[in-house]
Design a protein around this ligand. Structure first.
Ligand code: NAP
Length: 340
C-alpha cells in the first residue's frame, strides 16, 4: 500500500431541498492504523442510492441521520489491502458499508461486510442486480408481492437499479410486467431491451389513461418505489386482493420535511378495501443474503437478468451524480468508479 491519505466526502451542511454546492465536501484524512480483528478496504466501486438523501436530513427515519462532519453513508465494493484478521485475506473482494471514501478500516464482524465470489459476473454488478438493489427487488417481489403467472405486476422507477430487476423477475414468473419511468428513452429501454410488456411515462399529460391501457386486466402487484401522484394513479387500478410492497418513495426524498408528506402508506392505507401493503427493508432477509446473491448472480451470468450502469468517475463527481440520480439522469444502477 502506498497511499497514507484517505479522501472522503462528508456532510458539511444539511441540504434544504435538492443538494446544493457546499452541502457535501471532499476532504482528506490519514488512513487509520489497523487494530487486531480489523481489515483495510480500498474502495473500487461506490453505490449511490436514493436512501442517502433522507439520511442527510435531520429527521430520524429507520436509521440515524448522518452527523455533520461525518462521512456520507453508502455501500461499496472493494479489495482488502491489509488485514489483521484470519477471516479476510489481502486480495479478497468484499462488499461493505464503507461510506463515500477511498479507504475504510472495519472490524471483521461489522454488519454488511461480505466476501464476493465473482463467478464470471462483473464486480460492479454486486452493487446492482446481483447486489443490494437486486436483493431488494427479489425479496419485495417474491415475499410481499407474491406474483402468480398471468397476473399484472407494475413497478415504478422501473428503469432504475431496483425497478429494472423487479420487472424482469416478474416476467420470469410468467406475469405481465408494466414499468413506469420518466421519458420515452427509458420506456423504450424497458420494452425493447428488458422485455417488459409495456412501459408508461409518468411525465406524460395522459399518464393515468395510458397506465389504464397498459393494464387492461387491472393491477395485481404494485412494487412501489416513488409515491406521490404515480401511487395515486396506480391505486385506481388495483384489483381486489392486490399486493403492494412499499420499497421507497423517491419523489419525496428532497422534501424539506419528510414527516409532513403524504407517503404511500397513507395513500394505500386510506383505500377501502385496503390492498395488502407494507413498507419493507431488504435487511429483513439478511440471513438469506448469500442465497439471494447467488441466485441473482446466476441470473445475471446466464443473461436472464440484463442491466445497465451509469458511472461517474472519482469521488469528486459523486455529489453531482447523486443529485442527477434523484432527477432521473441515471439509467440502471448509478455507481462511482473509485479505483481499479
Ligand atoms: N426498502 C429497501 O430496503 C430499499 C432498498 C433499496 C432501494 N430502495 C428504494 O427503491 C427505490 C429505487 O431505488 P434505486 O436504487 O433503484 O434508484 P433508481 O431507480 O436507480 O434511481 C432513482 C430513480 O427515481 C426516479 N425518480 C426520481 N424522482 C422521481 C419522481 N418525482 N417521480 C417518479 N420517479 C422519480 C428516477 O427515474 P425516472 O427517470 O423514471 O424519474 C431515478 O432514476 C427508492 O425509493 C429507494 O429508496 C429501498
Amino acid at each position: 500500500m502506498t497511499d497514507t491519505i484517505n479522501r472522503r466526502v462528508v456532510l458539511a451542511k444539511r441540504p434544504e431541498g435538492e443538494l446544493q454546492d457546499g452541502d457535501l465536501v471532499l476532504e482528506e484524512a490519514p488512513i487509520p492504523a489497523l487494530a487486531e480483528g480489523e481489515l483495510l478496504i480500498q474502495v473500487m466501486w461506490l453505490s449511490l442510492d436514493p436512501y442517502m438523501r433522507p439520511r442527510m436530513s435531520e429527521i430520524k427515519g429507520y436509521a440515524e441521520p448522518i452527523g455533520i462532519g461525518e462521512v456520507i453513508v453508502g455501500g461499496s465494493l472493494g479489495r482488502v489491502i491489509a488485514s489483521k484478521t484470519d477471516k479476510y485475506a489481502v486480495g479478497d473482494i468484499v462488499t461493505c458499508y464503507t461510506g463515500w471514501q477511498e479507504y475504510c478500516v472495519v472490524p471483521d464482524s461489522v454488519d454488511g461486510l461480505n466476501k464476493v465470489v465473482p463467478n464470471d459476473v462483473s464486480l460492479s454488478a454486486f452493487l446492482g442486480s446481483a447486489g443490494m438493489p437486486g436483493r431488494t427487488a427479489y425479496c419485495g417481489l417474491t415475499y410481499l408481492g407474491k406474483p402468480k403467472a398471468n397476473e399484472t405486476v407494475v413497478v415504478s422507477a422501473a428503469a432504475g437499479a431496483v425497478g429494472s430487476v423487479v420487472g424482469q423477475l416478474a416476467k420470469l414468473e410468467g406475469c405481465r410486467a408494466v414499468g413506469i419511468a420518466g421519458g420515452d428513452d427509458k420506456c423504450r429501454y424497458l420494452t425493447d431491451e428488458l422485455g417488459f410488456d409495456a412501459a408508461v411515462d409518468y411525465k406524460s399529460s395522459d399518464f393515468s389513461a395510458e397506465l389504464k391501457v397498459a393494464c387492461p386486466d387491472g393491477i395485481d402487484v404494485y412494487f412501489e418505489n416513488v409515491g406521490g401522484d404515480v401511487a395515486k394513479a396506480v391505486a385506481q387500478l388495483l384489483n381486489p386482493g392486490a399486493r403492494v410492497p412499499i420499497c421507497g418513495y423517491v419523489s419525496a426524498y428532497n422534501a424539506e420535511d419528510l414527516n409532513s408528506i403524504e407517503t404511500p402508506m397513507h395513500i394505500f392505507g386510506a383505500m377501502d378495501p385496503k390492498p395488502e401493503h407494507r413498507f419493507f427493508l431488504v435487511g429483513e432477509w439478511q440471513e438469506q443474503h448469500d442465497e439471494h446473491t447467488e441466485l441473482l448472480a446466476e441470473l445475471v451470468k446466464t443473461g436472464q437478468l440484463k442491466y445497465r450502469e451509469t458511472v461517474a468517475e472519482g469521488l469528486e463527481n459523486a455529489a453531482e451524480a447523486f443529485k442527477g440520480m434523484l432527477r432521473g439522469k441515471n439509467l440502471g444502477k448509478q455507481l462511482v468508479h473509485i479505483a481499479d
